[in-house]
Design a protein around this ligand. Structure first.
Ligand code: PHE
Length: 355
């Protein structure tokens, strides 16, 4: 029954089944092939008629097989394409990524303002000799100003003493120059840098500092400062005011400005504290101390240079220095209520300052 055969081919569910049908009808032992083989035994009249019919069937079956094969292949292709399809409009995976800590961001912001003004950026050691942290900064042991900064003293035990020495600006051992402290400010780098370089120069020094403090909302035992130092012939207080004012504009826009009030630090004379005007909030922010480098420092530096066999380099020079609190700027500007948030590493806090 040719009709049934054609229909069966049209409904063949897959290529294997189709191949089976092809063999069944048209293969060497297939029905049509077999029938054709019997033609020879028929009388000529009948043979011609039957031969014609069989050929028609064969042709019809071939066409049906071909058509179904094309159909099945097309379906298979569509199925594969569908399976491999990529929906480019799906939202991607959110990979967790880190970011700079709020302190690093502020340090970079500050440092970049000074870079524009031609300052170099240098860093110094956190475990510091008493000599650089205090004595050379005009704060001898008996000086009452030492009480302004409560100090972590570092004690070496015998084993550590051999493994660890404090090095001077040229790598020389300065352990003999006094005790060791966790630096209470970045000002010690003023001395180190001056010993190693000859003026003129402009530097800023970002870094961690440590105070032996009872921790509370406004005190931490570790925080950051940015130190600045400019030395050359004819450097004046006007240059200091200019630089700090420029910093104020860099931080707070062109309405930003700076204010200076007299105060005392042993390593500057005259000494000032400075504040910056925050136009948005119409507020003065007390940010740090500054002043003209005390001549005692130049003398201590030149004496040290001489002991190292270097020529004196600071006679006739003047300079200014400043120091400011990095966290303090962030606390004021972002209205952060507690300095302890900075280093508790709570992500809910830190994430708010990710850029
Ligand atoms: N070192 C001072 C402090 O820690 C700040 C300061 C630096 C003041 C430089 C004057 C000049 O408070």
């Amino acid at each position: 029954d040719i009709e049934a055969a054609l229909e069966e081919i049209g409904r063949a569910p897959n290529l294997e089944r189709l191949q089976g049908l092809k063999v069944h009808y048209l293969g060497k032992n297939g029905q049509v092939t077999q029938a054709m083989k019997t033609l020879g035994q028929l009388p000529p009249e009948e043979r011609r008629e039957k031969g014609r019919v069989l050929n028609e069937w064969k042709r019809a079956l071939e066409l049906a097989l071909e058509a179904r094969e094309a159909q099945l292949k097309e379906q298979a292709l569509q199925a594969q394409l569908e399976q491999e399809a990529l929906d480019v409009s799906l939202p991607g995976y959110a990979f967790p990524s880190g970011g700079l800590h709020i302190t690093s961001r502020i340090v970079l912001e500050l440092v970049n303002i000074f870079r524009r003004l031609g300052f170099s950026v240098v860093e110094g050691p956190e475990v510091e000799s008493e000599f650089f942290n205090f004595d050379a900064l005009n704060m001898p042991e008996w000086h009452p100003a030492r009480d302004m900064q409560d100090t972590f003293w570092v004690e070496f035990n015998r084993a550590a003493e051999e493994a660890f020495t404090i090095q001077g600006p040229f790598g020389e051992d300065v352990t003999g120059l006094g005790g060791a402290v966790l630096r209470t400010h970045t000002s010690g780098m003023q001395i180190r840098y001056m010993i190693q370089h000859t003026p003129p120069f402009r530097i800023v020094v970002p870094g961690r500092v440590f105070r032996y403090e009872q921790t509370d909302a406004s005190h931490e035992a570790m925080f950051h400062q940015l130190e600045g130092l400019v030395v050359g012939p004819n450097i004046t207080m006007a240059d200091l005011k200019g630089a700090i004012s420029e910093l104020a504009r860099g931080l707070f826009g062109k309405e930003g400005k700076a204010r200076f009030q007299p105060t005392f630090f042993p390593f500057v004379e005259p000494g000032v504290q400075f504040a910056m005007w925050w136009p948005e909030r119409q507020k003065w922010l007390e940010l740090g101390g500054a002043g003209m480098v005390h001549p005692y420092l130049f003398k201590a530096v030149d004496d040290y240079r001489e002991r190292q066999g270097l020529p004196r380099a600071y006679e006739g020079m003047t300079g200014w220095a400043f120091g400011m609190g990095v966290e303090r700027l962030a606390l004021l500007r972002y209205g952060i209520p507690d300095i302890r948030y900075f280093y508790q590493n709570r992500l809910s806090f830190l994430r708010q300052f990710r850029g």
